[in-house]
Design a protein around this ligand. Structure first.
Ligand code: LMR
Length: 334
């Protein structure tokens, strides 16, 4: 009987043949599968491809990174299970999707109207908040490597939206966060969790009639073709934590791990740098398409949304813990 490379794990070796010399084994690259749900042409897509390029370069090909975009391998929930089982080595899920990992504290990053701008989010992620959150992962067998930014959410609907009451009765797709569930309920919308790969069809068929996402996702998934209005007021923010399986990570030879770490640091800087521009460009492309009306609310128009949603901060203490909510407030007040 022959085993294929995957079954054996290290190389194409026939059982019963002479055991291969270590030098031959050493030539087999360590494969890292990096699965994600968005398009290549987004901050996360580009960040993962940059990581592939750098990790392969810095390890002289000892590591091979296979990037699988667009939910090709797994949908939202499945990818987290696959990582825990060791079927995939790298993911960058939005932090709204961390509750199934037993780390619902990550939802604190979804508090409404918490960040002044993207730069503030990035600072928070690099500071004590980021450290507090990443430490929650290790007991679950997961290692957190980096936070990647994807900017502020925009609300998509099939009706003009200016006042909070314009959301009354709108069935809004959310990605998983209970905090998002709560802030949409506080303006009268009806939130519903759906996997990212199912959103376009759900919008097209009227299963939902709204959503929140970043311009780069709204554009590359063509949500703007099935939603007539895209409205921004910086109410919420989309960010990712790049994660790997702890056992896999700890099992990497030390010299390889150092190089992979370096590749991750550099690709993280890159992904965070491009997020803002990718979103500005996507918004412009949506505007130009003429298929959806893009409206940025003024600070005065955003104020009643802020007032409606701010009580969620208090509510969140029971969901994610007072400690992390307080830490978020402290870190965003400077
Ligand atoms: C979503 O589900 O809307 C996002 O988390 C997708 C993503 O990964 O950007």
């Amino acid at each position: 009987m022959k085993l294929n490379r995957r079954q054996f794990g290290l190389g194409a070796i026939a059982v019963g043949s002479v055991f291969p010399a270590p030098a031959i084994l050493a030539q087999q690259p360590i494969v890292m599968k990096f699965s994600h749900v968005v398009a290549d042409d987004t901050p996360k897509g580009k960040g993962s491809l940059r990581f592939k390029e750098l990790a392969e370069k810095y390890t002289n090909g000892a590591v091979k990174v296979e990037v699988y975009p667009n939910s090709q391998l797994y949908k939202d929930k499945e990818e987290i299970e696959a990582l825990q089982l060791g079927a995939v080595q790298l993911l960058a899920p939005s932090t709204a999707k961390f509750a199934p990992l037993g780390a619902k504290e990550f939802e604190a990053l979804d508090l409404p109207f918490i960040y002044k701008d993207d730069a503030q989010f990035q600072k928070v992620a690099k500071g004590p908040v980021g450290k507090f959150l990443m430490e929650k992962l290790e007991p679950k067998g997961i290692k957190g490597l980096a936070f990647w930014d994807n900017g502020f959410y925009w609300i998509t609907t099939n009706r003009p939206v200016v006042k909070p009451s314009d959301m009354k009765g709108v069935k809004v797709r959310i990605s998983g966060s209970k905090i998002a569930d709560q802030y949409f309920r506080s303006v009268g919308a009806i939130p519903q969790i759906l996997a990212f790969s199912e959103v376009y069809q759900a919008m097209q068929t009227g299963v939902v009639d709204g959503g929140e996402n970043t311009p780069s996702n709204i554009y590359t998934q063509k949500f703007f073709e099935v939603q007539s209005h895209v409205t921004g007021m910086n109410h919420g923010h989309l960010q990712y934590a790049v994660i790997t399986n702890l056992k896999f990570w700890d099992g990497l030879p030390k010299d390889i791990r150092t190089q992979v770490d370096k590749a991750m640091d550099e690709s993280s800087v890159y992904a965070n740098e491009i997020a803002l521009k990718e979103n500005v460009d996507s918004l412009e492309a949506i505007r130009k398409s003429g298929k959806s009306t893009v409206t940025q609310l003024t600070p005065e128009q955003a104020q009643p949304w802020r007032e409606a949603m701010m009580p969620v901060h208090k509510w969140a203490e029971n969901r994610v813990g007072k400690e992390i909510v307080d830490l978020m407030h402290k870190e965003t007040s400077v």
